[in-house]
Write a protein that binds this ligand. Structure first.
Ligand SMILES: Cc1cc2nc3c(=O)[nH]c(=O)nc-3n(C[C@H](O)[C@H](O)[C@H](O)COP(=O)(O)OP(=O)(O)OC[C@H]3O[C@@H](n4cnc5c(N)ncnc54)[C@H](O)[C@@H]3O)c2cc1C
Length: 403
């Protein structure tokens, strides 16, 4: 199946492509191409450049500052952003909580938070997981007890991406104990500089600091920061997770990754006198991944333009994240030949120790290691398979055991 764009969509795609080539900060693209790590300020600059065109809140309703794009335009935009090699939008505020505030927040919350998110004046973190509550998220224990106009929060969130540079965190907390563990959960936002909040770093296997443990010790936050109704947090959490799981598609970066692998493999010597790319086994793996990505692209587009249920979203989450990992495995095969050391890319001079031909190896090895997490975060693959089974069985599309 071949995707063809209407003339208006093709014009839109060239406008976006021109923006990244001419108006977007080129030093950020350069930094990304060189495999360096971006600072908070770089991410903010990147997002502000997108917002200078009104292109940040791409899934937001127009009345709250979204661009009013069709699903295909959103898809084109994401493809072009990734084709250009620009960093992805930090999702926690713009993709996850922003649309929830638009849909379920009150006017005061929309006034207080939405423009700060769109202007990247405030970054957010996602406080779902707890030390004993990851896959079984509804078993979470962090409490919020009402005290006059405030809530008092106690508990621990863990694996909190970007909490060390965020200004706010949205937390799932228990406001009451009910028979069903999914009931009595609420969604409350907390400024990360509140008294009693402690953010502790967790170093990940690629040597970077992205993850944190966030401790809440008698933290007082205004009841005006409760989103929607008390006790309805599980519903909002699941709406948010649907959007989160669909956002892992990253088709543009998968295609760009495969193209880069092909380019580099055409220059590296293989084992049989030719280049790496000339080796049939390597070519086969590349071709299979091309086919996989093309199939995923069609499925993602179908999901974006039609009715999407939880089973579809979960199958796409598995397909997209496993394909991303397979691409990093191919990178590792190229990198392995050069015995790349895992350099500390937090050092500004990290690449000066590596000959030019080897430079791709350090960031790609790091990426191989970090991307193991793709099939864990946003709900592990096993949990997605449980969701698929539950929804298909409910729709009687597959027989239940014993039937
Ligand atoms: C890089 C990274 C970033 C993250 N960022 C965030 C963040 O910003 N905010 C946040 O709130 N969380 C974040 N997380 C946490 C993530 O959502 C959890 O790690 C994930 O939900 C799994 O939970 P867990 O780690 O407690 O593993 P567990 O739930 O203990 O699972 C361990 C293993 O058991 C399997 N398993 C568990 N239950 C079942 C079952 N019922 N059936 C079959 N198999 C099962 C799992 O699939 C997994 O393989 C992040 C995680 C990572 C790795």
């Amino acid at each position: 199946m071949k995707l063809s764009l209407s003339p208006a969509e093709a014009e839109f795609a060239s406008d976006v492509r021109r923006f990244f080539a001419e108006d977007y900060p080129q030093d950020i693209l350069q930094q990304m191409r060189g495999g360096g790590l971006l600072t908070r300020a770089d991410h903010v600059r990147s997002q502000q450049a997108l917002q200078s065109r009104g292109w940040l809140g791409i899934g937001w309703p127009r009345e709250h500052g979204g661009p009013g794009w069709t699903p295909v335009q959103k898809y084109i935009f994401e493809q072009e952003l990734e084709r250009a090699g620009a960093p992805n939008i930090i999702p926690m505020a713009v993709i996850y909580i922003g649309p929830i505030i638009c849909a379920f927040g009150n006017a005061d919350q929309q006034n207080r938070w939405l423009s700060d998110i769109l202007e990247s004046r405030a970054l957010w973190a996602q406080g779902y997981s707890e030390p004993e509550s990851g896959s079984d998220l509804a078993s979470l224990r962090m409490t919020a007890v009402r005290d006059g106009d405030d809530y008092i929060l106690d508990g621990t969130k863990i694996w909190t991406s970007g909490a060390h540079w965020a200004d706010w965190i949205f937390c799932l907390v228990r406001t009451s104990r009910e028979e069903r563990k999914q009931d009595g959960i609420s969604l409350i936002c907390v400024p990360l500089d509140a008294i009693g909040v402690r953010v502790e770093p967790i170093r990940s296997i690629d040597g970077t600091h992205e993850l944190n443990r966030v401790q809440f010790d008698q933290v007082r936050t205004s009841a005006a920061n409760l989103i929607g109704e008390e006790g309805r947090g599980w519903h909002y959490a699941n709406v948010l997770l649907g959007a989160e799981r669909l956002s892992y598609a990253h088709i543009g970066s998968k295609k760009a990754g495969l193209a880069a692998i092909r380019r580099i493999a055409a220059e590296l010597p293989g084992d049989f006198g030719g280049t790496m790319l000339a080796e049939p086994a390597f070519r086969d793996r590349l071709a299979l991944l091309d086919i996989r990505v093309a199939a995923i692209e069609i499925s993602v587009l179908r999901a974006l333009t039609g009715e999407t249920g939880p089973a579809t979203i979960s199958s796409l989450k598995i397909a997209c994240t496993e394909a991303a990992q397979a691409i990093t495995e191919l990178w590792l095969e190229l990198a392995g030949r050069y015995r790349a050391p895992l350099l500390d890319r937090n050092r500004p001079d990290w690449s000066s120790a590596v000959p030019a031909a080897f430079r791709f190896a350090a960031p790609q090895t790091a990426s191989y290691l970090f991307e193991r997490a793709q099939t864990i975060y946003g709900g592990a693959s096993e949990v997605q398979k449980n969701i698929i089974w539950r929804h298909l069985a409910r729709g009687n599309m597959i027989p239940r055991p014993g039937q």
